[in-house]
Design a protein around this ligand. Structure first.
Ligand code: NAD
Length: 252
């Protein structure tokens, strides 16, 4: 069959896979046949249980991605426990909210370090191994609507996610000919920890819901299909795109 979404025999790394979108992406990749290395600083027990219940395979790697220190170890541990990685999903990310007039350097640096710097250097380390081995691979960055729009009260988040869209395009341009697909998914408003403050604010919640053509907050499982597509052979000629999964928000 010329169209395949099958990930059997592939090994995927998903950062921040203990909850929210990372968990849903990890489950979807495992359901499509990949062995999934779940990377993060929190317990991955819930994600491991969900993958096990779906008949999939996973392993957990404990790492704090606020520095670059764990990057080589993540790739080494994945290789020794599940085989060399074929797919990396850069999902771990944080958000800090304050008016731009009050925003602190600490909140700027914390967000940029995880959402942008860490993503670049994990992608670089992964791509160096692929190129050295002459193997193809897939990198999927989790961007945001703030890759396209300004937002309010989240200056470092918007800078990081807008930067991530640019980085996705740059890496695609450099690595496409080496057989490495670099793409991003831009989730709309999903019901996860990341958006809890918005959903708890009745005015913001109502305003956001009123603008979503689909009429509801995204459910984490609604992101899995896009990740499987971008990880699969079906996206082999897709490079440098930022794919919105947003209930139609950007179309409005
Ligand atoms: P979340 O807060 O539930 O998940 C964030 C994940 O990142 C968690 O697994 C957390 O443990 C991990 N993480 C944070 N700091 C880390 C660190 N120092 N080391 C290792 N792991 C760390 O929120 P989410 O919505 O599931 O977010 C996942 C990704 O999706 C983020 O990049 C976020 O910016 C992006 N996103 C979310 C939405 C949304 O509506 N929920 C919209 C657009 C983009």
């Amino acid at each position: 069959m010329s169209v395949s979404f099958d990930l059997t025999g592939k090994t995927a790394i998903v950062t921040g896979a203990n909850t929210g979108l990372g968990q849903a992406i990890a489950v979807a990749l495992a359901e499509a046949g990949a062995k999934v290395a779940l990377v993060g600083r929190s317990s991955m027990a819930e994600t491991e249980a969900r993958i096990g219940a779906a008949g999939g395979q996973s392993l957990s790697i404990s790492a704090d991605l606020s520095t670059l220190e764990p990057i080589e170890r993540i790739l080494d541990e994945t290789t020794s426990r599940a085989g060399s990685a074929d797919i990396v999903v850069n999902n771990a990310g944080i958000i800090r909210r304050a008016d731009a007039l009050d925003f602190t350097e600490a909140d700027w640096d914390a967000v940029m370090d995880i959402n942008l710097k860490g993503v670049f250097f994990l992608s670089q380390a992964f791509a160096r191994r692929l190129v050295a081995a002459g193997r193809p691979g897939k990198i999927i960055n989790i961007a945001s609507l703030l890759s396209f729009q300004g937002g309010i009260r989240i200056p470092s988040y918007t800078a990081s996610k807008s930067g991530l869209a640019g980085l996705t395009r740059l890496l695609a341009c450099e690595w496409a000919a080496k057989g490495i697909n670099v793409n991003a998914i831009a989730p709309g408003y999903f019901a996860t920890n990341n958006t809890e403050a918005l959903r708890d604010d009745p005015d913001r919640n109502a305003a956001i819901l009123a603008r979503i053509p689909a009429g509801h907050w995204g459910k984490p499982e609604e992101i899995g299909g896009a990740a499987v597509f971008l990880a699969s052979p079906s996206s082999d000629y897709v490079h440098g795109t930022v794919l919105p999964v947003d209930g139609g928000w950007l179309a409005r």
